[in-house]
Design a protein around this ligand. Structure first.
Ligand SMILES: CC(=O)SCCNC(=O)CCNC(=O)[C@H](O)C(C)(C)COP(=O)(O)OP(=O)(O)OC[C@H]1O[C@@H](n2cnc3c(N)ncnc32)[C@H](O)[C@@H]1OP(=O)(O)O
Ligand SMILES: CC(C)C(=O)C(=O)O
Length: 558
């Protein structure tokens, strides 16, 4: 039976905030980042992490620069507990890092949480209870007053138990779970009642963490909710306003960004956005979004491949190749016109200037990706793509007419293969198509005399017979073509010529590209290329390549 029925659901609540300020705000700095990657209950992994895995992930988080790290729910499982003990007993917590642990508002769990934290230099104890109407009525079977009492009890248990462990510098955090699905006036009452218990000060602030436990509203509604709470609490430095977003609607990044504009100062999330159901907000994406706007993200994201490897190892969840900023394919262009635009922009991009490259929002090298990943050639690519690849891999600077002639040959190959073509194969096709300087005609040697004009004498092998040819012209190339035409009776003209050095220094090879008009053959043009140590030899051999290819074409077309 058909179940698909939108009438089962209702629209997002409207927050009455006509003078909302968040749409006028801009980003100026990074928020306080909190990693919740180590909390297994939140990661929702098929196989929760072992202590060894947690240690591996911890090292990564420290390396990236996180200063607040939720290390688990020590009362929930032995590995969570053991990991917290390892951190403390093995003195693993740097002096500027706060560990955070989660607990429900239950006396026994709070007791065990503090036992796990014994000896910690500093720690955030994060207590939560759910407050939405559904949770109140259907899960906890409590009215508003009952749920508020639970929150206050939790806050009291935390404060009272902490008092027994005075060697640790404590910070308290409260999360009204399912906040974004709760009536706002009630959410504020609950938060206020917790604050009344904790009595935070500027020097001993506490954290109020507003979760979108299940993302059920559009990002603008979440921003309104955060701004509403901030105003209602007369927010000041006694409270650190934090958010914890999930990605059920695929909007966690947007919701987090708007909530930051609305006054949140701290973000809980995970690397690559792992987490329950569709995940938590992805801190890598948030950080890179700031970075790409010229703002220091205060996290070192410069080696995403290392991050991806560790996260994949620890979670068993693969990173999507199109994951924002860091996926394997996000700096790769297959489409011909995009390749053309990228190539042109990169040619004009000078070091240490503002990045202005079409289709590449940041410089891939910032993330340790090189340009080899930027352009790949398949059947959707055009001449610019193959030119980019040959230039990048081999330093070959193909003139436009060579690119135009080579593109259909490469495209045919990719269509036949049905996939990507690598640089090596493109070079082979290029050489097979344009370099043909050994037979039937081959250059054995030449002499050039300059007497106002250039006299060329060249020794050739033609169909296994040695011949000598003479010609005069302006420059070696013209003189050689004149010599060839004198001998062969062909009518060839230089339509275009280009040469380049392959590499740097005096022993660099020269590459010559020549385009000849064949006057006897309806002015058809034929291209030839040659590579040689000697620049003049390269030019002459390029003509020979064109001549040989013409012969071959004539033979083939017979
Ligand atoms: C937002 C999030 O929840 S993120 C995920 C958080 N959780 C974790 O990370 C750890 C995962 N493990 C768990 O959650 C486990 O359920 C445990 C270890 C915490 C508790 O296990 P148990 O004591 O066996 O309880 P169980 O989960 O079966 O039942 C939950 C009980 O706690 C109550 N409860 C749930 N959340 C809270 C809370 N925040 N504060 C107080 N009581 C709570 C429930 O009402 C229920 O009470 P009941 O037994 O009277 O009906
Ligand atoms: C405990 C809270 C912050 C949480 O994880 C959630 O609501 O998703």
């Amino acid at each position: 039976m058909m179940q698909f029925n939108h009438r089962k659901y209702h629209a997002s609540p409207v927050v009455h905030l006509p003078d909302r300020q968040w749409p006028n705000q801009v980003f100026t700095k990074a928020p306080r980042w909190v990693s919740v990657d180590l909390r297994d209950g939140n990661q929702a992994l098929r196989s929760p992490m072992t202590v060894t895995r947690k240690q591996q992930l911890w090292q990564l988080l420290i390396k990236l620069g996180f200063k607040e790290i939720e290390v688990g729910f020590p009362a929930a499982s032995q590995p969570d507990y053991d990991f917290v003990r390892w951190l403390i007993e093995q003195d693993q917590i740097p002096a500027d890092v706060w560990i955070q642990v989660l607990t429900q508002a239950r006396a026994d769990l709070i007791e065990r949480t503090f036992t796990a934290l014994q000896g910690a230099p500093r720690a955030i104890v994060h207590v939560y209870n759910s407050i939405s109407p559904i949770q109140r009525s259907r899960v906890f079977n409590q009215d508003r007053a009952g749920i508020m009492k639970l929150a206050m009890q939790g806050a009291e248990w935390v404060a009272n138990t902490a008092a027994h462990y005075s060697d640790t510098h404590w910070r308290f955090q409260y999360s009204p779970e399912s906040f974004s699905q709760t009536e706002l006036d009630y959410a504020v009452e609950v938060i206020q009642s917790v604050l009344n218990v904790w009595q935070p000060t500027s020097s001993q602030p506490c954290i109020i963490n507003l979760p979108a436990t299940v993302e059920s509203n559009s990002p603008n509604v979440f921003a309104d909710q955060v701004e509403y709470v901030k105003r209602a609490l007369n927010h000041d430095d006694r409270v650190i306003l934090s958010i914890h977003t999930h990605n059920d609607r695929g909007c966690a990044v947007a919701a987090t960004e708007l909530a930051l504009l609305a006054g949140a100062e701290r973000v809980e999330g995970t690397l690559l956005g792992n987490g329950e159901r569709t995940g938590n907000v992805d801190i890598m994406t948030l950080a890179m979004n700031l970075y790409s706007q010229g703002i220091d993200p205060e996290l070192d994201m410069s080696n995403p491949d290392e991050i991806i490897t560790v996260i994949e190892d620890c979670t068993g969840i693969a990173c999507h190749p199109r994951h924002p900023w860091v996926g394997e394919l996000v700096y790769t262009a297959f489409s011909g016109s995009h390749q053309d635009a990228i190539r042109k922009c990169l040619q004009q991009q000078t070091p240490n200037t503002t990045w202005q490259v079409a289709y590449l929002p940041i410089d891939p090298r910032d993330l340790g990706r090189d340009y080899s990943a930027v352009i790949r050639v398949n059947s959707q690519s055009g001449k610019a793509g193959l030119a980019f690849v040959l230039e990048r891999e081999y330093g070959l600077l193909l003139p436009r007419w060579i690119q135009q002639a080579l593109a259909p040959i490469v495209q045919y190959e990719t269509e036949q293969q049905g996939g990507m073509i690598d640089a090596q194969r493109i070079r082979t096709l290029f050489e097979q198509t344009f370099i043909c300087d050994q037979a039937p005609v081959q250059l054995l040697g030449y002499q050039l005399q300059r007497n106002g004009h250039d006299d060329m004498t060249a020794r050739l092998m033609v169909n296994h017979q040695e011949i000598i040819i003479h010609g005069t012209g302006s420059g070696a190339l013209a003189a050689f073509i004149a010599a060839w035409c004198n001998w062969s009776g062909q009518l060839l003209d230089v339509r275009d010529y280009y040469e380049q050095a392959l590499g740097a220094g005096t022993d660099a090879d020269a590459v010559a590209y020549v385009l000849l008009a064949d006057d006897a053959n309806q002015n058809a043009a034929i291209a030839g290329v040659a590579i040689d140590r000697d620049t003049v030899s390269a030019a002459l051999k390029a003509v020979i390549s064109a001549v040989n290819l013409r012969q071959l074409q004539l033979v083939t077309s017979d």
